[in-house]
Design a protein around this ligand. Structure first.
Ligand code: SF4
Length: 393
């Protein structure tokens, strides 16, 4: 019989307190042991003479005392959004950087990105601040400011050399994520985007437990159209539901390829089972839109530039603007995670983001066509910038 992989731990217990770990005992628990994770471990009468007593007595107990500090530190951030993907290589970090640039095009917004991909921090490169370092002051760690209203925090800023590998086990990763939340001087912000590594592991559990009291608007799940990617998205959505995280919606990335020269569209990753749109329907979550593959997005990321500024008229930019509008609507929609926005053609929604109010006719089938954008539009695009490399115009 194949060995069972069933986890004996209570799922809710793991989700609500992922950092609780049984102390490593040097001897078996005696008969009257109150439990090495209990409040009285190492201090109860029955612990007297037990070889584990010192270990159990010093093991952390009770609620994490740093949670209230994190909650206070993040209290001036209006929206906190997680960016998740079930699988690696679907463009999650790229999407995070695009979303941040999109929000930051409105000077009234202040946006932060917290890069929790400890072993593969790619956000600094995409934002053009790879060689920056963190400054520490009495108020905390200063994030690196890409623009006057766009800040980034990543482990990349702490590496002695750009190509140094971060080879850390779970507890150390959890510790750094906690410091990103507790010690970084985020200040007043409209959006904090938390870019996570693929899957449902230590980093996700930590972020979820640390932000539980601060309040998370929800998660945007990024996928590609093929079933191999969608398989993992189902698990990601299941994780969100078990962890009590609202799913703001699914974004289908690399959805077709639009040739920058002839604008012909071809499908690189075939949606054999209906792609992200069908999955959103199946899982009863909003479908935020499909973004085509565009080599200029990769090029903008490599050069650390804003794709929105560089190619504002490209099909991918149009699709991304549409997705970003829906993210804002999902953030502010009091209807909750199970509102499937698919099909709300020509509906009018009002999305408020703090002082920012956007009234737009939402046309989910036709992208941004027909969207009337107010002067406070968060997607106010900068003037077109010429391709500095002279390629892929
Ligand atoms: S010290 Fe106490 S809690 Fe720890 S193993 Fe011994 S009896 Fe159990």
């Amino acid at each position: 019989m194949a060995p069972s992989l069933e986890v004996p731990d209570n799922v809710q217990d793991v989700l609500s307190n992922p950092l609780k770990a049984a102390p490593k005992l040097v001897a078996p628990e005696p008969e009257h042991c109150p439990g090495p994770e209990s409040e009285t471990a190492g201090q109860a009468d029955s612990c007297a003479g037990c070889p584990n007593q010192a270990i159990c007595a010093s093991a952390p107990k009770g609620p994490d005392p740093d949670i209230p500090i994190i909650t206070a530190r993040l209290s001036a951030i209006k929206h906190k959004v997680l960016i998740l993907s079930g699988k690696g290589g679907v463009g999650k970090s790229t999407f995070t950087s695009l979303l941040a640039h999109a929000f930051a095009t409105n000077d009234n917004n202040t946006v932060g990105i917290m890069d929790t991909d400890i072993c593969g921090p790619s956000i600094p490169k995409m934002m053009g601040v790879e060689t920056e370092t963190i400054h520490v002051s009495g108020a905390g760690w200063s994030p690196v400011w890409v623009l006057e209203n766009l800040a980034v925090m990543s482990v990349q800023f702490m590496l002695p050399n750009r190509d140094d590998a971060v080879i850390w086990r779970g507890p150390k990763k959890n510790g750094l994520i906690k410091q990103f939340l507790k010690d970084v001087e985020w200040g007043e912000m409209d959006f904090l985007l938390v870019d996570t590594p693929p899957g449902t592991s230590d980093e996700h559990l930590s972020v979820n437990s640390f932000l539980k009291e601060s309040g998370v608007d929800g998660a945007v799940v990024v996928t590609t159209p093929q079933e191999v990617a969608l398989l993992d998205v189902r698990k990601e959505i299941d994780f969100c539901r078990k962890a009590g995280i609202k799913v703001l919606g699914i974004v289908e990335n690399m959805s077709g390829f639009v040739c920058p020269n002839c604008t012909h569209e071809s499908q690189i990753f075939q949606a054999t089972t209906g792609g992200g749109r069908a999955l959103a329907k199946e899982m009863n979550v909003p479908f935020l839109g499909a973004v085509p593959l565009d080599p200029r997005i990769c090029m903008a990321a490599d050069y650390g530039e804003s794709f929105f500024d560089s190619w504002p008229d490209s099909p991918a930019c149009t699709a991304l603007k549409s997705v970003v509008r829906r993210v804002i609507i999902s953030c502010d929609d009091s209807g909750g995670a199970n509102d499937n926005l698919e099909g709300s053609v020509h509906a009018t929604k009002i999305a408020t983001s703090g002082e920012m109010m956007i009234k737009l006719p939402v046309d989910f089938e036709r992208g941004t066509q027909g969207c009337k954008v107010s002067s406070q539009d968060p997607l106010k695009t900068s003037p077109s910038m010429k391709d500095p490399r002279g390629t892929l115009a």
